[in-house]
Write a protein that binds this ligand. Structure first.
Ligand code: HSE
Length: 416
């Protein structure tokens, strides 16, 4: 019998306990041994929980128990979760986590520690909820040089954008729905401002390019400026607005970004809706492969955690197979120099003059008419390819034109 402890009895932690109980016989069959939760650590009280007999507030009940060989960390954040993870690894206990913040921040150190102590540190559930993506990147795609990763990596924001598009719901109502479904982080700022997706693309990129990608260096924008009007323009462009995390290998450096983008209907990511996530990985032998599934929520995420537990039980005598090299040189491309097309929406008091100014500043542009929008004082267009820096300069210049009262929004267009 393999005993494990669950640290943090929140949505994912309680899901892990539930999945282990519910699928006990198939887990035993696949792992080759019975797996049982011996302790659950949480400082909160859960008097009505079916697992109350396993709950403790005393960390020593976990760390001083030699029978507990696997620790599941579902606390979240990089505070106490970091301390507990180091403590467990130092004691020779394997650790499984869904904590993307911790992996993205301290991944290199924790993976090294796990290797030194001869144990596993696995984090399949940290990206894409229930979608297998970490293990395929490490193992099934290992023969490829990976040159790009593009994904919808946050279930909460994809759910919000889908609700706005399909049901015409406003942002706040859609966010409330995501919270009620258990998709959002305890503080949903990390979801809607893009930081959650940023940590996830940093983790995927670190694996894809075999070197640590520091999430703090990834330019990140969330979806708080996206309005129902933007969605109507997207419809007129035969596109959807999605929050996308992407990275590319450009020569020997890495370019990464998180932002809302216009995704044309032909792109496989455009039909990924609700809480679903999808990740397109481009390899030099395989070409493109897409991974798709539920990106957040209690049981999908718990199932990825339990899969890691089973993997550990099957390989108890080996240690963590992964290390992230930290490049001492700057390994990120200057994002301001990278080119792309932009959708730009402006408010104007004189459409003829505004049109002339936009064409002078942006050259070849395509004007977009949104049928359902009645406003006479608004115009929108898609630019040709511009670097981020050139686009910023042109937007500032456009803002200074008399006939343009405001540049309302600008959204990148995802290249095919
Ligand atoms: N808040 C995250 C999301 C949970 O919405 O994707 C899964 O990592």
């Amino acid at each position: 019998m393999i005993n494990l402890a669950v640290l943090g009895y929140g949505i994912v932690g309680s899901g892990v306990v539930e999945v282990i109980k519910k699928n006990s016989s198939s887990i035993t069959m696949r792992a080759g041994e019975e797996v049982a939760v011996k302790k659950i650590l949480d400082i909160r009280d859960f008097p009505d929980s079916p697992d109350r007999d396993l709950l403790t507030k005393n960390a020593d009940d976990v760390f001083s128990d030699p029978e507990i060989s696997i620790v599941v960390e579902t606390i979240g954040g990089a505070g106490i979760a970091y301390e507990f993870t180091k403590r467990a690894l130092n004691l020779g206990k394997h650790v499984v986590t869904s904590n993307k913040e911790l992996v993205a921040t301290h991944g290199p150190e924790l993976l090294r520690l796990a290797m030194e102590k001869g144990v596993h540190y696995l984090f399949e559930a940290s990206v894409g909820g229930g979608i297998p993506i970490i293990r395929p990147l490490h193992q099934c795609l290992a023969a490829n040089e990976i040159n790009g990763v593009t994904g919808i990596l946050n279930g909460t924001t994809n759910y919000i954008l889908t609700q706005m598009k399909r049901e015409g719901k406003d942002f706040a109502t859609a966010l409330k729905g995501a919270q009620e479904n258990g998709y959002a982080e305890a503080d949903p700022t990390a979801d809607i401002e893009g930081q959650d997706a940023c940590r996830k693309i940093a983790i995927l990129s670190s694996i894809a390019y075999n070197e640590y990608v520091d999430y703090r260096k990834i330019p990140t924008e969330g979806i708080t400026k996206i309005s129902l009007e933007d969605m109507q323009y997207a419809e007129a462009m035969d596109a959807s607005i999605k929050l996308v995390g992407m990275s590319r290998k450009i020569e020997d450096k890495i370019y990464a970004r998180v932002s809302p983008v216009m995704v044309s209907r032909e792109h496989p990511l455009s039909n990924v809706e609700d809480v679903f996530n999808a990740i397109v990985v481009s390899g030099n032998a395989l070409g493109d492969a897409m991974f798709y599934g539920r990106g957040a929520g209690k049981l999908p995420t718990a199932s990825a955690v339990v899969a890691d537990v089973i993997d550990i039980v099957k390989h108890l005598d080996s240690n963590s197979r992964y290390l992230w090299n930290v490049n001492s040189e700057e390994n990120m491309v200057d994002p301001g120099a990278v080119e792309g097309k932009y959708f730009i929406r402006i408010k104007t008091s004189n459409s003829e003059e505004a049109k002339k100014a936009a064409e002078k500043l942006f050259g070849e542009i395509t004007w977009i008419k949104a049928r359902k929008l009645k406003s006479e004082d608004e115009m929108a267009f898609v630019t040709d390819s511009f670097s981020e820096n050139q686009m910023q300069e042109a937007v500032e210049a456009l803002n200074g034109v008399d006939a343009v009262s405001e540049v309302i929004n600008r959204i990148r267009v995802l290249e095919a």
